[in-house]
Design a protein around this ligand. Structure first.
Ligand SMILES: Nc1ncnc2c1ncn2[C@@H]1O[C@H](COP(=O)(O)OP(=O)(O)OP(=O)(O)O)[C@@H](O)[C@H]1O
Ligand SMILES: [Mg+2]
Length: 421
């Protein structure tokens, strides 16, 4: 009997302890679950240990998932930031939700402060307002902002009535397109003038009964027009060839002295004795590059000097070279150029005096060819000029383009030819 009572007491004590332990684990679970930020579940005993282990595993997996998601979002944002295009997310009411740095810069947005504001508050240009009104977003719209930059903007619907607003700075492409249009217009204009003259003469010869001498006179007047068209086409082909040719060789020698002597002879034949023409060479270097390009660039500078210098004037050609590099300069005592024209002189078809340039057979492409050919040889063109006094055009080459002359001429050499003889 005593034994039975003892056993019962022990059983009650064990039950009470078990109950107490269950309540304790349950309380731990409750306390753990009640935390605002869940820490790892507590250590548990028995089945509770298993429950806590499972919870622990779920929680770890949940944490991992959350971290992966957070990383994914950060990566997506970084990728969107790195895009060279502007990207803005707009809600169904076309209000700003988020934008990357490029979009902020393009559209003048502050991603934090402007959140929730209608995009039309920031891009007020009529072209964009109309784009939003017509609701046809199949093509981008071009919007000029701030008077100097042009952007292509496009809305792309996504998700549930949300929109991506993509922006791209197309100022450079627009400028190229304008240049291309101007170029085509210029070429057409330059060709039309001689063509009109030619057609006029041809009609006259066809419609009027002219004697052989008159016909010969007319043909004589037609020839320079045809010649001008031919020169124009040749210059255009030269420019196009320069644009597409591989870089000039870095090890092919352009013998400078014979080239300059040839140019001086050509200048004298063009001048027909009307100018004093001199050549001075100081330095023992040749150039490395494409001879035809260098020759054509130098020849243009020389013929310009002769053509834009009145009778009795002087044209001086000089070549100086040293460790610092080299300079080919053409100086004249001609009509000179007003300062406002200097920055535009190397543009295609740019002529200070169209009439005069045409008279002397110019196409206005010469200096564009010079600049291009020099740039391909890492050289620059420096122009100084005073109206009424004369000009100095200098092609400057870096030392990397120089080769020690094969037949060195250490002493300066100067030759000149007197005018009119
Ligand atoms: N040495 C110079 N003195 C005065 N003006 C010059 C001189 N060289 C060039 N210019 C001006 O610069 C303009 C552009 O020269 P460029 O050589 O490009 O064309 P061009 O001489 O008219 O024609 P071309 O294509 O036959 O050379 C000329 O029309 C002329 O007005
Ligand atoms: Mg010229």
């Amino acid at each position: 009997m005593i034994l039975l009572v003892l056993a019962l007491n022990i059983a009650v004590a064990v039950l009470a302890w078990l109950l107490w332990r269950e309540r304790r684990e349950l309380r731990r679970l409750r306390d753990w679950a009640a935390q605002p930020r869940l820490a790892d579940p507590p250590e548990g005993e028995g089945v509770w240990g298993e429950v806590f282990d499972h919870l622990h595993r779920h929680r770890r997996a949940g944490l991992r998932r959350r971290r992966r998601l957070a990383e994914l979002i950060v990566r997506q944002r970084r990728a969107a930031q790195a895009l060279p295009y502007g990207v803005a997310v707009l809600d169904a009411g076309l209000r700003l939700d988020w934008c990357n740095r490029a979009a902020a810069a393009h559209l003048g947005l502050d991603p934090d402060k402007d959140r929730g504001q209608p995009i039309a508050n920031f891009v007020r240009e009529p072209a964009f307002v109309q784009y939003l009104e017509t609701r046809d977003f199949s093509q981008p719209v071009r919007v000029a902002r701030g008077g100097e930059r042009i952007f292509a903007l496009q809305l792309v619907p996504f998700g549930q009535a949300e929109y991506l607003l993509l922006s791209q700075d197309v100022t450079g492409a627009e400028r190229l397109e304008t240049m291309r249009r101007d170029f085509v217009a210029n070429v057409s204009h330059e060709l039309r003038t001689p063509l009109t003259v030619l057609i006029g003469f041809l009609e006259t010869i066809r419609d009027l009964k002219l004697d052989a001498d008159r016909v010969r006179d007319y043909v004589g007047l037609m020839a320079p027009q045809a010649e001008r068209m031919k020169r124009l086409v040749e210059d255009l082909l030269t420019l196009s060839a320069l644009e597409h040719a591989p870089p000039p060789p870095a090890d092919e020698r352009v013998a400078v002295r014979p080239l300059l002597e040839r140019l001086r002879a050509e200048a004298e034949s063009l001048s027909r004795g009307q100018h004093r023409i001199s050549l001075a060479i100081d330095g023992a270097h040749d150039l490395a590059g494409a001879e035809s390009e260098i020759a054509s660039a130098f020849a243009n500078l020389v013929t310009n000097a002769v053509r834009y210098t009145p009778e009795g004037g002087e044209v001086r050609l000089s070549w100086r070279s040293g460790d610092w590099g080299a300079e080919f300069a053409v100086e004249d005592t001609g009509i000179g150029i007003a300062p406002e024209h200097l920055p535009r002189l190397t543009e295609r078809f740019y002529r200070v005096d169209r009439g005069r340039s045409r008279e002397t057979g110019g196409t206005g492409l010469g200096l564009a060819i010079v600049k291009h050919a020099l740039a391909r040889h890492n050289a620059t063109l420096a122009i100084e000029s005073t109206p009424g006094k004369g000009s100095r055009f200098a092609a400057r080459f870096p030392a990397s383009r120089l080769l020690a002359a094969a037949t060195a001429t250490p002493r300066p050499a100067a030759t000149s030819s007197p005018a009119g003889r």
